[in-house]
Unconditional design. Structure first.
Lengths: 425, 425
């Protein structure tokens, strides 16, 4: 993974960051890196995420999913960080089975999913650390019933990822279900390189060892200077631009297979940094599609954005057949990949020409190793930004009010004025 | 369509708009409405979009697509406004054929799509006003070749939507292909209720008459006061909040079937309003999923957001089987729909409790009529905001630089420093 920050520098862009400012910021990066390394050494809450590439045992995952290796479809009941890591991986990499994620409780949509799946060949993966997540447990109950109605023994088709206790843990024990642990001290959105992110991909035949190797390469590349560490370069520049007015960070990979990655990034960035009235709002974009949707705004709207490109160096390609029209002669002898790569370069140049900042993250290719390194690098960048902002990147207290209000409303029929006395705010 | 602005008022939220400020703003709304009505009367560029429900002839669309009525899949080559309207409709409403949209030139993804489709049963819809859109024409050439390789006569399977001249119009004439017109004076992002948005849905068996009836109801409901017109109420409040610091508008429907609608809205809002260094950045969200991803940021991050909920009044439902766990007893006797509706209410309340503004758009249900009214209403709201901002909502000049640079780079092999002398900026 390489990070090119040239188009985010003052002189090119406004907001932009002067090179001297980055040099001053680098002292804080070094300090934050020491804090991060200390947290890693102590397996401290959150920081432990950066140890996952070495802590996660792919063989244990392979053993746990082995009984489900025949599945032609994998249905995960999970939401937020319990779904997005795995969904990012199965969207980006080749799979031998189709992966589906029940990450919402929309009744018609859930019913359609269940109606369409060959349940006797489907693996069901239930993911909830607490075992009480309303959406996930509701969907799990609906799935279990659908399996029963279809005459399929759900206990033979289900893998559970949960904490040491709670309803899902009880259920797993009662029915002797295979289980995998959710990692200790790692929030869901940082758990892509743990069993939470790797179990469903493993059933689908994804190269989880390659993902972990990529993560390990990311860990190797952490260093106490943004000038020596691509992940910190990205984090530091994002932070510096946020401080200079880039309230929005538009994540715009130029690869369809990374569309879900942009969603994963959006959770990582929003939930980790959005607190104390600060943060940087992620926007999910996709190249080249959003050139025809968001680019006008990015290039000519408010000067409140950083655009982050993700560029694969190599990709499978397909030639464009010769157009028999003069107006299209520029397409002669080119390919879809060449067109897409050229559009990325042209879009980056067009933003620079308008003085709008962008950063370019380059991968050799979208494969298991490259993706593992990308996920790890974005997590490290996010943790660095949390340190620089001075916020706790590992909690999400603001969502509790609504969860408690939902439970109370379902119990009593009324939405409380102020749910749960314990929720002092 | 009803619009509840109560949670966007000062006193509830910050930023928020005082009722007296809305009353003052209403004089400008009345003035803008007169401008809009004059534009409609003259079929003026852009404003003509609001006449589409009465101008669009569903029978002409039905006749044009009739030769393709046997299709089991519909593949549209189009990007931006040439795809998002149709994609929104086929995602939201029941279809008798599967709809796919080639709105990107990612080679592996395009190849996968073509490999998976039964081409002899597939209708190909090519949509480009100019007939020269690089991505669309490249994809069309690739599709045509794939049909030929599969031994399918593409001229029997293709419908063209384009302007009066250009390479696609020439092609249609040469091969005697069925065509439908793109509407005069209507930018792509405002063309959902024209053949551009309705042709692919019509092949899929969607109730396009119902969509147009919903649009007509939206047209009926336009009035010279935000207090009498839901669409203008939404536009005026969005504008007032943008002026007061809500730089981001998070569109968050509580229905999976409206996920693509949020993308459509994002194009409408970004490309129409993002100019002259102003605008309001759309964020695409989805309830309840993004409660576990974006809500922390929306509720506790920078006070720079308006959250827009879209709430269907009725939906198909599915009971949640009884949980056999005390910790889940609040789910007893409920349904997925009840859970989802309760989560929406709880999320709106939780934002209000944190003093964050939201607006609630209510539909009776997500059906053809409701969706048509919603699309029309958002277009009218967007045009109103353009009037209030004083920008031209109907152009997108900032994207030309990159398009021209792409063409020059493909021709010459080098990205120009400054593409096309004619592009004065």
């Amino acid at each position: 993974m390489r990070v090119d920050i040239g188009n985010a520098l003052a002189g090119v862009a406004s907001p932009g960051v002067a090179r001297e400012s980055l040099e001053r910021l680098d002292a804080r990066v070094a300090q934050a890196h020491r804090r991060i390394e200390a947290g890693r050494a102590d397996e401290e809450h959150g920081y432990a995420a950066l140890n996952l590439p070495e802590r996660t045992d792919p063989d244990a995952i392979r053993r746990a999913v082995d009984p489900l290796a025949d599945a032609s479809a994998v249905l995960t009941a999970g939401i937020g960080g319990s779904a997005l890591g795995a969904a990012t991986i199965t969207a980006a990499l080749p799979t031998g089975a189709d992966a589906y994620y029940l990450d919402n409780v929309d009744p018609a949509w859930v019913a359609d999913r269940l109606d369409d799946l060959p349940l006797s060949e489907t693996a069901l993966v239930a993911v909830s650390r607490s075992g009480t997540t309303a959406e996930t447990l509701a969907n799990f109950l609906v799935c279990r019933e659908a399996f029963e109605r279809a005459g399929v023994d759900w206990t033979e088709r289900t893998l559970v990822l949960t904490g040491d206790d709670g309803p899902l843990a009880d259920l797993a024990e009662r029915h002797d279900l295979p289980t995998l642990p959710v990692p200790e001290g790692v929030p869901g959105r940082f758990s892509a390189l743990s069993p939470v992110g790797l179990a469903a991909p493993a059933i689908c035949g994804v190269d989880i060892e390659g993902l972990l190797a990529g993560g390990a390469a990311g860990a190797e590349s952490l260093a106490g200077s943004l000038f020596d560490c691509p992940a910190y370069a990205y984090g530091a520049v994002s932070y510096a631009l946020a401080e200079r007015g880039a309230a929005v960070n538009a994540m715009m990979p130029y690869a369809e297979s990374l569309e879900t990655f942009a969603e994963w990034f959006a959770q990582l960035w929003a939930e980790s940094l959005g607190k104390d009235d600060i943060g940087q709002t992620p926007a999910r974009a996709l190249g080249a599609t959003d050139q025809h949707s968001q680019l006008q705004l990015y290039r000519a709207g408010p000067r409140d954005k950083l655009v982050t490109f993700v560029a694969p160096g190599e990709r499978e390609d397909r030639a464009i057949p010769d157009p028999d029209a003069e107006a299209l002669s520029y397409l002669s002898g080119t390919s879809l990949g060449e067109l897409l790569d050229t559009e990325l370069d042209a879009t980056a140049a067009s933003l620079a020409a308008a003085g709008r900042p962008s950063v370019r993250i380059e991968l050799d290719r979208v494969d298991a190793r490259g993706l593992g390194e990308l996920l790890y690098g974005m997590e490290a960048a996010c943790i660095l930004v949390g340190e620089l902002f001075g916020v706790d990147a590992f909690d999400q207290p603001a969502v509790e009010w609504g969860k408690e209000a939902t439970r109370e409303s379902l119990r009593t029929g009324d939405l409380p004025e102020r749910p749960g006395d314990e929720l002092a705010e």
